[in-house]
Structures are given as structure tokens and as C-alpha cells.
Design a protein around this ligand. Sequence first.
Ligand code: HPA
Ligand code: ZN
Length: 326
Amino acid sequence: RRPYDALMSIPKAELHLHIEGTLEPELAFALAARNGVALPYADTDDLRKAYQFSDLQSFLNLYYELMAVLRTEDDFADLADAYLARAAAQGVRHAEIFFDPQAHISRGVGIGTVVEGLGRALDRSEAVHGVSTQLIMCFLRDESAESAMETLEAAKPYLGRIVGVGLDSAEVGHPPVKFREVYEAAAALGLRRVAHAGEEGPPSYITEALDVLGVERIDHGLRCMEDPELVARLVRERVPLTLCPLSNVRLRAVDVLEEHPLPAMLDAGLLCTVNSDDPAYFGGYVGDNFLAVREALGLSPDRLRELARNSFVASFLDHDEERRAR
Ligand code: HPA
Ligand code: ZN
């Protein structure tokens, strides 16, 4: 990489980022030591060797395993602070951050510990890193609808810190309709709604997320390209898609980055954004994703600026906040 690259510093909003997926091997070992948690890896090199994924599930297995090191408010604050520092260095001015409360509650770590810990880092983020932030709590779609509803209930004391709800984890076999009631309840509480759809799951999951869950953004949405009528609708309704190119290669949603449909999606008029998903696992933060798509797909400077602009348009910032952020 050249010492200075204007694409790195161009202002960006990051809209698809799992905070647990920013856990770098060095921090994982530091937190393991701090908390007396044993990791089944000799060292960071040994752990990095496990970052060879064949699909979404093979990644999720490691992602959930490593969360064992996250136990205290300090751990979540340190995790978020490390992400915000890295994101700021790559031009991120605003981040809408996912977290997975059920993955912590099931290990005996309460949602209060998670939200207060993350919140401590988020509260000082604008002053320290120049990054504004919001939190989106995700339901694990391979857990039951009842568990999602209990999680929403547990989040009620913390809704002042949570802007919206999302849906993640293993997609195939867990269609959006399973979460109709909890999304209705979230909407009634004034929460914004997004959902992962069309990463590994079929285009019909994208339609269902829009029609049944009332989401205002689709996370990934890659497989919409198999359904021209759906593409036409997403264009017409200006539904943002939060794409994660390096993630798609690592989880084998596309074979190689050179074959990523992003250029075709932009040509079709879709409101695309570029994001990092789980940057510690997939080989790069959001600026790295921008550099990679420029390199592999030959996107023009105009296209790259459009992607950066789209990230603010698709964000939950209002008009004035958006202008200040970029
Ligand atoms: N897809 C679904 N669930 C996830 C992901 C993802 O890319 N990352 C973390 N949880
Ligand atoms: Zn994701």
C-alpha cells in the first residue's frame, strides 16, 4: 500500500459491523489472560491459522468460541475503543454498530454489562476518535423467536442507548417471518429495523424482511441479483444494501473478489454501501474494503465517492448530523 491513499481518508459511515467481529487475536489473548480464560490455541499465529472458512457457519463457530474472553464492562469498552481507533484511521466518521446480546447472555454475561461497557467507549468516541456512533442489537436467527422476545424485554432498561434491532447468525432455514412478532414489538418501542438477508439465504428472504419485518435496510442482500424484479423494487424504493466484499470472499459467497457483483449492483442503480462485517476475521476494516474493491473491480473515483456518500445517505443520521459527519 502507498504511504498515503486518499481513499483511506475519504469520510465514510460504517453501517454493517459486528463489534464482536472486531476482536483481534492479540486482544483476545490479552483478555483471556486478564480473565483467566483458557483458549484452545497456542498463540496468535496458531489462532490466525483457524481463520480459514468454508461458509458462514464455519466462521460463526470460531466467532462464538472466541467471545468466551469477553466478560466484563472493561472488556467491552476495550473492544469498542480498539475498533473505533482503527475505524477512525480509515476515514470512518460515523458507525452503526451491531452487537449480539444473546451470545453473551447465554454465557452468563448480562446485557447491562455489554451495553454499559460498549457505551463507555461510545460516549467518548466523538471526542477521542472523531467518530459518532449508534448501537443496533441483533437477534440470533438460529435461536427461537421466544428467546428474541426475552432479549428485547431484557434490553428495555437500555433502550436509551440502542437505536434499532437487527437479525444475524445462521441464515438458511431461519426466514425473517420467524421474527415477525419481535420486530412488531421493536417497532412499537420506536426502534429502527434492519436485517441480514440474502447473504447465504435466497432472494425471497430479502422480500420477506421488507414486507414482514418492515426493515429499512438490508444487510448484505447480495443474492437480490438472482431476481430482477426484486432488484427493480430495491432501486425504486431506494432500499440501502450494506455490502461486505471481503466478508463475501472469506465466507465463500463469491469465489474471488474480481467476481463480486458490486459493479453490476451499482450499474443497476442499487443504493450500495461498503462495510467490513467482522474485520478481525475477514482481512480488513472498511478502508481496506474500499481499497480492495478499487483494486479488484477497477471502480472509478466517481463510483468510490458514490459509495462513501451512500454510506451517509443510508445511515440513521438526520440531515444536519449527516452534513456535520462528512
Ligand atoms: N452474517 C450473519 N451473522 C453474522 C455475521 C454475518 O456476516 N457476522 C456476525 N454474525
Ligand atoms: Zn454481518
